[in-house]
Design a protein around this ligand. Sequence first.
Ligand SMILES: NC(=O)c1ccc[n+]([C@@H]2O[C@H](COP(=O)([O-])OP(=O)(O)OC[C@H]3O[C@@H](n4cnc5c(N)ncnc54)[C@H](OP(=O)(O)O)[C@@H]3O)[C@@H](O)[C@H]2O)c1
Length: 240
Amino acid sequence: MASHSPIPQLGLGTFGRTGDDGIAAIETALDVGYRHLDTAQSYDTERTLGAAFRNSGLNRDDVFITTKVADTNLSATDFMPSVRKSLETIGVDQVDLLLIHWPVPEEVVAFETYMEALKRAQDDGHARLIGVSNFTIAHLERAAKLLGPGSLATNQVEIHPWLQVPTLRDYARSAGLQLTAYQPLVKGQVAEDETLKAIARELDTTPGAVALAFLMAEGHIVIPASSSRKISRTISERPV
Ligand SMILES: NC(=O)c1ccc[n+]([C@@H]2O[C@H](COP(=O)([O-])OP(=O)(O)OC[C@H]3O[C@@H](n4cnc5c(N)ncnc54)[C@H](OP(=O)(O)O)[C@@H]3O)[C@@H](O)[C@H]2O)c1
């Protein structure tokens, strides 16, 4: 299924890409063609992402940037200051996509509190698109009732060849909601998967590229992480 999402279907996950090595890894990814970068308040990579983006010399419009509000910043008092701090740390006026990283129990912060704050962040111009992460179908239905159908651009969840979440996938398709697959390479373990290795041999590519091609054919956005120029290039040049 082809993607018609406003979110580029291939993005770079930046978890673990901190410090100078992190900046270099993200710069490499931009150099080989990635135009979508995924960070979060809790990754400590908002700064490295911003530095790599500026070093790349690319225009702001050329690169799609996602960040996520941490579960510790979901209260009415903490939400908006944390978003403004993210923008300052990345060094941009607006992110392309702002996500709730994880839902929290009602007794910690009410669902309505952080979902309405998310919408306000969009209305205030801090985020072009809004979405969620690690939401169940029940959370998504509640969000659609609260904010209206189509308000959310994506639900970012763990999806890979070993975890295909067909029930959530079918729900998302029927609701017109794009899923973003995190840990699409099972943290590198796809390289040892015998089925993916056999397909990769036949197609003269890598098991990682096969895994991503499969997920993208399912219609998902994918955000693999890599610090390797060779791997980044293989994936960005021929994911399918
Ligand atoms: N929303 C959430 O709650 C959530 C949770 C987890 C992750 N995420 C996002 O998802 C992104 C991706 O997840 P992830 O980084 O945990 O896991 P991943 O993308 O599944 O795997 C990354 C690891 O795989 C290795 N690798 C890359 N390409 C490979 C290939 N072709 N063959 C074999 N190994 C390969 C990389 O090693 P090298 O660096 O050595 O290349 C890296 O250590 C994160 O960076 C983050 O942005 C979101």
